[in-house]
Design a protein. Structure first.
Ligand code: NAP
Length: 305
């Protein structure tokens, strides 16, 4: 009797944990593979140059996480910290220095940049062959026409990897992406639309002007949300058995915590999780994958030179 209860409890726990995609564990698994690969390489290690402009707290944290992850897998990183008042020309000069340095495989300019700097000009200045963030128009164009020798932007690439991880077969499935930014929604739509093994999805992109959002999201076998609005997607907007990937990172007030705040996604995780076949938590879902994909792109660039 007791054994039967324990068996049932274990099955219950197993089925619960099945539904939550542990992005941190998937990212760690990938990083272990990169580390193994790099440890067997001869010659110089791969190298990533990271440029941080100004003193924004979150940007500093992201840059530190990225350089720490590089260190952990054996990628050499160079960090340039420029003052918020740096001129656009000085910043471009700094990028140029890395563009022509044969020892540097990847260049990342941490966004956002101060208002006096033209971000799209800066993105275009990065050598597309070292653009491991995948934001240069050359890489965006390659992605759109289905060429694979360019760089795919890290967050959508991380989302695609997590979707693959669930084992869902995308051909014939409806994917709905809520959010159409240049760094998440649009590139992800382009990636999942491509012809090719395991892709071939039918993709719908929704945004602020989409009418009846719930009707659209309820069609989704795979729902990806990247809007930056806490808990905007409620359980009743999700199809039973869907795969849900929550890209949103929102800081909300939580007076029960020492910090007075906590991070939540764009999906109401607590209420939605029972309905989903798979769902990513926030934090610990897409975030760690973004960094793993940056390492992946840096390695790719290293191998291509
Ligand atoms: P963004 O540039 O602000 O774009 C937000 C998109 O969401 C826009 O297309 C906007 O529509 C749409 N949107 C906003 N409110 C909406 C609503 N009520 N209904 C439907 N669509 C709505 O944001 P982003 O850079 O893509 O980031 C989105 C979220 O993902 C943020 O929380 C960000 O912090 C997070 N993020 C996480 C990672 C990660 O590594 N985990 C990486 C990048 C971003 P319009 O175009 O019509 O304005």
């Amino acid at each position: 009797m007791v054994k039967r209860y324990i068996d049932r409890y274990e099955r219950f726990l197993y089925s619960c944990s099945m539904a939550i995609i542990d992005g941190k564990a998937v990212a760690q698994e990938l990083q272990n593979e990169f580390k193994q690969e790099i440890s067997q390489m001869s010659g110089r290690p791969p190298c990533l140059a990271v440029i941080l402009v100004g003193d924004s707290g979150p940007s500093r944290i992201y840059v530190n996480r990225k350089t720490k992850a590089c260190e952990e897998v054996g990628i050499h990183s160079i960090k340039r910290h420029l003052k918020a008042s740096v001129s656009e020309d000085e910043l471009l000069k700094e990028i140029e220095h890395f563009n022509v340095n044969p020892q540097v495989d990847g260049i990342l300019v941490q966004l956002p940049l101060p208002d006096h700097i033209n971000t799209s000009r800066v993105m275009r200045w990065v050598n597309p062959e070292k653009d491991v963030d995948g934001f240069h128009p050359v890489n965006v164009g390659k992605m759109l026409i289905g060429e694979t020798d360019g760089f795919f932007p890290c967050t959508p690439l991380g989302v695609k990897t997590l979707i693959e991880h669930t084992g869902i077969e995308l051909p014939g499935k409806q994917v709905v992406i809520v959010g159409r930014s240049n760094i998440v929604g649009k590139p992800l739509a382009a990636m999942l639309l491509q012809r090719g093994q395991g892709i071939d999805a039918t993709v719908t992109v929704a945004h602020r002007f989409s009418a009846n959002l719930g009707e659209i999201t309820r069609q989704a076998d795979v729902l990806v949300v990247a809007i930056g609005v806490p808990h905007h997607i409620s359980a009743d907007m999700i199809k039973e058995g869907a795969v849900v990937i929550d890209v949103g990172i929102n800081r909300i007030e939580d007076l029960a915590r020492k910090s007075g705040a906590r991070l939540v996604g764009d999906v109401d995780f607590e209420k939605a999780q029972d309905k989903c076949a798979f769902i990513t938590p926030v934090p610990g879902g897409v975030g760690p994958m973004t960094i793993a994909m940056l390492l992946k792109n840096t390695l790719k660039s290293y191998h291509q030179r």
